[in-house]
Design a binder for this molecule. Structure first.
Ligand code: ADP
Length: 373
């Protein structure tokens, strides 16, 4: 039996999350995966931190894996492949990809589409390439799963030239999570994914919802950026775009400041004035806090509307899947959403599933398959 070690790296601007998996091949294409260890390097580049950059961060990750009582590997050569989470793959990347110098150049081209994420993801890849020059690296893109969206779902109602000139279109995010829970749902339902119509709701701090028809993403709520769609912890989701122009005039403020408002001061936090954390919102709402109750109502109502629209888009639905922090843990959120749809769901025998997401495992599996094939 052949076993392979796969390191998964999620490199953010000031942190690196890592997981080490062992994959045991069983048959020509299949493998079973076991988590060996996981960890987090924080405060990279902070003035009080002794980890100055991503290269030092990756060095520390590898040190953690190879030394100490809990060492999982003896020699760095045991790492068969490194799978990297890359947030934005633009129009270029439709599936996980073995990293070459051309791929690196194309990831750099996507910096302008995800200026907060892609440079940090890229720094993680560069650091691994420098320290593990002989180990294969695979990029797994958050946007790739949504590259199956039909044109009518991803083109905005803007002059078409902006799409042609700038690739301004809907991309969608959280793709690895939506894809993972869709596969898990098929396994649980004991039906082939290609025969199912699923609606997957990833409800964490960032929230998105996807229509997965016969295994392919056919519509998703996040858009050109992760700001579109559902109301989130601190992001506003769908609003009238003219509000931005109106606000710029009223508040006499810069577009950068409005961008900050839309991304960090809106959503549950902005509506409630209390918190971006659903647990706090729920507790305050129970005690009669009006704006917390309003935030809860708006949050769940928006999800219900999206579910309705995706049922229409797919001509029906077989199961609705909830995942991520809120989706997995907040039963009252799930109840509120499904209560409004109860008659439809029970008449059509639609299953409601709660499936813990595991993006890192999905990245490990995809990295394994890229190298294996
Ligand atoms: P992120 O998008 O940052 O990964 P999470 O998936 O951890 O976010 O989701 C965070 C949200 O999940 C918060 O609103 C939090 O209130 C909610 N939540 C509810 N119950 C739990 C729980 N037991 N553990 C973690 N988060 C929870």
């Amino acid at each position: 039996m052949i076993s392979r070690k796969i390191l998964v790296i999620n490199s953010g601007s000031s942190s690196i999350k890592y997981r080490l998996f062992n994959a045991v091949k069983n048959g020509d294409h299949g493998a079973s995966f076991r988590l060996l260890t996981k960890g987090l390097i924080e405060k990279i580049g902070h003035k009080d931190s002794n980890v100055h950059d991503h290269r030092e961060g990756i060095q520390l990750v590898l040190q953690n894996l190879t030394s100490g009582r809990d060492a999982k590997i003896k020699d760095l050569k045991e790492i068969w492949v490194v799978g990297h989470r890359i947030v934005h793959g633009g129009v270029e990347f439709k599936k996980p990809t073995l990293i070459t110098s051309e791929v690196m150049a194309k990831i750099r081209e996507c910096f302008e589409l995800a200026p907060l994420h892609n440079p940090a993801n890229y720094a993680g890849v560069e650091a691994c390439q420098a320290i593990l020059p002989d180990t294969r690296q695979v990029a797994v893109f958050d946007t790739a799963f949504h590259q199956t969206l039909p044109e009518h779902a991803y083109i905005y109602g803007l002059p078409y030239e902006y799409y042609e000139k700038y690739n301004l279109r809907k991309y969608g995010f959280h793709g690895t999570s939506h894809q993972y829970v869709a596969h898990e749902a098929a396994r649980i339902l004991e039906k082939p994914l290609r025969k199912l119509r699923l609606i997957t709701c990833h409800l964490g701090n960032g929230c998105s919802i996807t229509a997965v028809k016969h295994g392919q993403s056919v519509d998703t709520s996040m858009g050109f950026t992760p700001l579109e769609g559902l109301v989130m912890g601190t992001r506003c989701g769908d609003i009238d775009p003219a509000s931005v122009i109106f606000l710029a005039g009223k508040e006499k403020t810069s577009l950068e400041e409005i961008d900050r408002v839309l991304n960090y001061k809106s959503g549950l936090k902005g509506i409630s004035g209390l918190s971006n954390d659903m647990r706090e919102i729920w507790n305050a709402a129970k005690e009669g806090h009006h704006r917390a109750k309003l935030a809860f109502d708006i949050f769940t109502y928006r999800i219900k509307k999206y579910i309705g629209s995706y049922i229409a888009a797919m001509g029906g639905v077989d199961a609705i899947v909830f995942t991520a922090g809120i989706g997995e843990n907040e039963a009252h959120v799930r109840q509120r959403i499904t209560k409004g749809l109860f008659e439809f769901l029970s008449k059509k025998k639609v299953k409601v599933l709660v499936i813990p997401t595991n993006e890192e495992l999905m990245i490990a599996k995809q990295a394994f398959h890229v190298v294996n094939s």
